[in-house]
Write a protein that binds this ligand. Sequence first.
Ligand code: PMP
Ligand code: GLU
Length: 402
Amino acid sequence: MNAKTLLHLSQRLDRMEESATIKMAQMARDLAAQGHEVISLSLGEPDFDTPDHIKEAAKKALDDGYTKYTPVPGLVELRKAIVEKFKRDNDLHFDLNQIVVSNGAKQSLANVFLALLDPGDEVVILSPYWVSYSEIVKIAEGVPVPVYAGIEQDYKVSPEQVEAAISGRTKALLFSSPCNPTGSVYTQDELEGIAEVVSRFSQIHIIADEIYEYINFTGRHASIGTIDSVRERTVTVNGFSKGFAMTGWRLGYMGAPLPIARACNKIQGQFTSGATAFGQKAAAHALQSDLGPTHAMRKAFLRRRDLMIEQLSRIPGLKVNKPMGAFYIFPDVSAYFGKSAGNYTIQNADDLCTYVRQEGHVAMVTGRAFGAPDCVRLSYAASEAQLMEAADRLARVLGRLG
Ligand code: PMP
Ligand code: GLU
């Protein structure tokens, strides 16, 4: 007689949560498949297509035979282009062997934390933070330590708060600027303040996620890795998904201190062998070409941001922030907690998202997944017509709550 199958998935899975952004996007697709006209403002994905010249470069690369494995950290040509990009845009100076190209910035982050953390090591995460930060840290057996700043601080954490969160086990500080989910942008001065604190603790590395660099409405992107006191201890992560509308290409990269880059290379050599060859060729072309299409997308996002701020500010009960980058708006919705409509009672941001999705057919993501239980995230990477319609629907269904 055959033994019955017994499946015990790893405890690792119990420790981590499913990605709330991806889950919500799927729920929106499911609702649409049932025939509803859903407006999904859930996924952080540009609605623009990849610019044609980048697609053409990939097609040419295929024809030229870029169909084989590349060096694990990426084609030399792409890494050279990244070294130049870091110099040109960020005043960051890396050697070729400090660059590692991965299957998305998500994998870059996973590589870094697998490389850095031993069980129980702590990572201070500036909060609100992108959903995957805490879960990647947990997969790497680390402990996320979120440090929260609310809307009254423009969702930006102060150096004093960072200092208070540091312990003897702190191994890294992680943040994004422009920030997903808030759209807040840390200024050079604010980064100097945080760098000053970190510089006093020699065991702490900084992981700066700059994937929204090109979607910045302040006119200036500041990289913490340029600050002398932490230059040698900063890993700068970036990627092609947002600025070049290349989410499906799965291409991200980092510039890192050499031992960290080597460690990531070693990990990646066992996990994926690196990113797609022809995609890398196209990515090199993207970095070396005129950034006109990227700037045009930024301008479109800015118009949409203004439209969303205007529309959402008219809805009583939404406390709306003024994001200076990325393509998210992150209102505080706590004024609705305790209110009801029909069968729905809103206890928290999760309930509000469910209510708005089911009754208004607008998908947004609960702030709880980003460490901010009083908020919701709306992505305005959608057409202006869709955004207007979404704001109307929101006003209608939120107006019923009493
Ligand atoms: N960091 C942040 C802050 C993000 O919003 C995203 C979006 N997915 C990523 C990293 C990962 O991007 P990707 O893996 O598509 O390069
Ligand atoms: N970064 C995007 C978001 O926050 C894409 C989805 C994901 O990878 O989480 O929605």
